[in-house]
Structures are given as structure tokens and as C-alpha cells.
Design a protein around this ligand. Structure first.
Ligand code: NAD
Length: 248
């Protein structure tokens, strides 16, 4: 599937009530793609769906059944599913010291990692019914480098990167799986650190720049790639080093 996304296509976007998900929903809707807005934020999701002439489905991505129901709702509403943007995510903001809390840990792993695992699992049968399709997951630069101030966020985003790279060969059956790895981008998630970023002189990436990269991943022929998005740079696949092979 290398043609530009067209109005004949149907997209399911998680975390589409806000930020990056909303930007991708807006960009796809502008191209005539039918969009299913999925989010745990029902008011926000409904507002985005109304604005884009899309449809809203309430979905907590950390719940497998909710992912299956969102895919089903998309097929029932639009007759199929071609593009899936598994983007819903939350900041972590705590470490492994006294601030560690096992329930919060399960929750952030549930959204940021299970949400992608469950989303892929739920979408695959629908994409196969369509004869192929494309999945993009939102990882992060935090999935490509150490993040000492937020180690659990780095852990779940690295997990998404490993998952996506390992699912690359699904392209043999026409289903391409890639990740977008943004740096600090314009959205609600950066509110708590916005001032610190400004003080450090770190530019904030426009959400539309991330959306452009997601559309590139939907339109291309790549699979198993993790594309960085960084201020002032063209997005490109991150170059992973190979592991040392065995010596005999
Ligand atoms: P955001 O807070 O604006 O949007 C996140 C959306 O996900 C919200 O609409 C929220 O309601 C939804 N959501 C949260 N938990 C959910 C759940 N359990 N089920 C369904 N929806 C849920 O933030 P954003 O920056 O747009 O975040 C989108 C993704 O981008 C996240 O995965 C985040 O980790 C990732 N990311 C963001 C940045 C950044 O700087 N903004 C950088 C790298 C990666």
C-alpha cells in the first residue's frame, strides 16, 4: 500500500481528543479519510469528532475489550478499517524511589504499552479482512534514548519501539507497522514541563509536524521503522546499530 491516503480509507485514532492524535485526525479528515476518534475523554473526543465530521467511540486503551469494541464500531460505521494510529498515552512523572506506586505503575504501563499491544491485536483481523493496511504507534524520543528524569516512561516507550520493530515483517501480508518518535511536541502532556523547556531554550515541535510524519508513515512502503521527529530537522528513520554477532 504505497498510494497516498485517500478518501476511500478509514482510520481509527486513539487519543484523538487532544494533542498529536487530534492533529493526525485533522490532517486525515482534510484528505477525506473517514476518521473514528477514540479516547477516554468523552467530551473532548465528541467535540473533535463533531468538528471533523468524524465519529467518536469511548475507549480506554488499557482494556483489551475496549480496543476490540472500537475496531468493531469502526467497521460497523464505515465498513472497514485501513489505517490505525495507536497514540493514546500518559506522562509517567514518578520514579523507582519513595514516589513509586505500583497501581500508578500498572496504569501507565497499561496505557502506554498495553494500549499499543491490545490495539494491534484488535486491529489485525480487521486489516486482514481489508487485505492489508497500516499501523503507526506513537513512541517517543524517550523510546530511543535514556531518560533519567522519567525512567518508566522511557521503559514503556522503549517497549513500543521493540514491539514495532519486531512486527515489521507483518508487511509480508500487506500490514505495515511503524512508530513515530517525537521530541517535546505541542500538547497537554507537556504542560507541567513547559516552563522548564522554555528556560532550557528547548523548542517545542508543532503537533502538525508530528502529524506530517505519521501521514508519511501511512503513505509509504516502510515497515518496522521508528521515525524521529525533532525541532528543526527533517524526520527520518532512526538508525539502530546491529547487535554484536556471535564469535565462533
Ligand atoms: P495529550 O495529553 O494532549 O493527548 C493524549 C490523549 O490520550 C488525550 O486525549 C487523552 O485523553 C488520551 N488518553 C489518555 N489515556 C487514555 C486511555 N487510557 N485510553 C484512551 N485515551 C487515553 O498528549 P499528546 O502529547 O498528544 O500524547 C499523545 C502521545 O504522544 C502519547 O503516547 C505520548 O506519550 C506521546 N508523545 C508526546 C510527546 C509530546 O511532547 N507531546 C512526545 C513524545 C511522545
Amino acid at each position: 500500500m504505497s498510494e497516498e491516503t485517500t478518501g476511500d480509507q478509514v482510520a481509527l485514532i486513539t487519543g484523538a481528543a487532544s494533542g498529536l492524535g487530534r492533529a493526525v485526525a485533522t490532517a486525515l479528515a482534510a484528505r477525506g479519510t473517514k476518521v473514528m476518534v477514540a479516547d477516554i475523554d468523552e467530551d473532548g473526543g465528541r467535540a473533535v469528532a463533531e468538528e471533523l465530521d468524524a465519529t467518536f467511540v469511548a475507549c480506554d486503551v488499557s482494556d483489551l475489550d475496549a480496543n476490540v469494541a472500537a475496531v468493531r464500531a469502526t467497521e460497523v460505521t464505515y465498513g472497514g478499517l485501513d489505517l490505525v494510529y495507536l497514540n493514546a498515552g500518559v506522562a509517567t512523572g514518578f520514579g523507582l524511589g519513595e514516589d513509586f506506586d505500583v497501581d500508578r505503575y500498572r496504569r501507565v504501563m497499561g496505557v502506554n504499552l498495553d494500549g499499543v499491544v491490545f490495539g494491534v491485536h484488535a486491529a489485525l483481523p480487521a486489516l486482514r479482512r481489508r487485505g492489508g493496511g497500516a499501523i503507526v504507534a506513537t513512541a517517543s524520543l524517550a523510546g530511543l534514548t535514556a531518560v533519567p528524569f522519567d525512567p518508566l516512561y522511557a521503559a514503556n516507550k522503549h517497549a513500543v519501539v521493540g514491539l514495532v520493530r519486531s512486527l515489521g515483517p507483518l508487511d509480508q501480508e500487506g500490514i505495515r507497522v511503524n512508530a513515530v518518535c517525537p521530541g517535546f511536541a505541542e500538547s497537554k502532556i507537556i504542560e507541567p514541563i513547559r516552563e522548564g523547556l522554555a528556560q532550557a531554550g528547548l523548542p517545542i515541535i508543532p503537533a502538525e509536524q508530528v502529524a506530517d510524519t505519521v501521514l508519511t508513515l501511512f503513505d509509504g512502503e516502510m515497515s518496522g521503522e521508528c521515525w524521529f521527529v525533532q525541532a528543526g530537522r527533517d524526520s527520518a528513520p532512526f538508525g539502530f546499530r546491529g547487535i554484536p554477532g556471535p564469535r565462533t
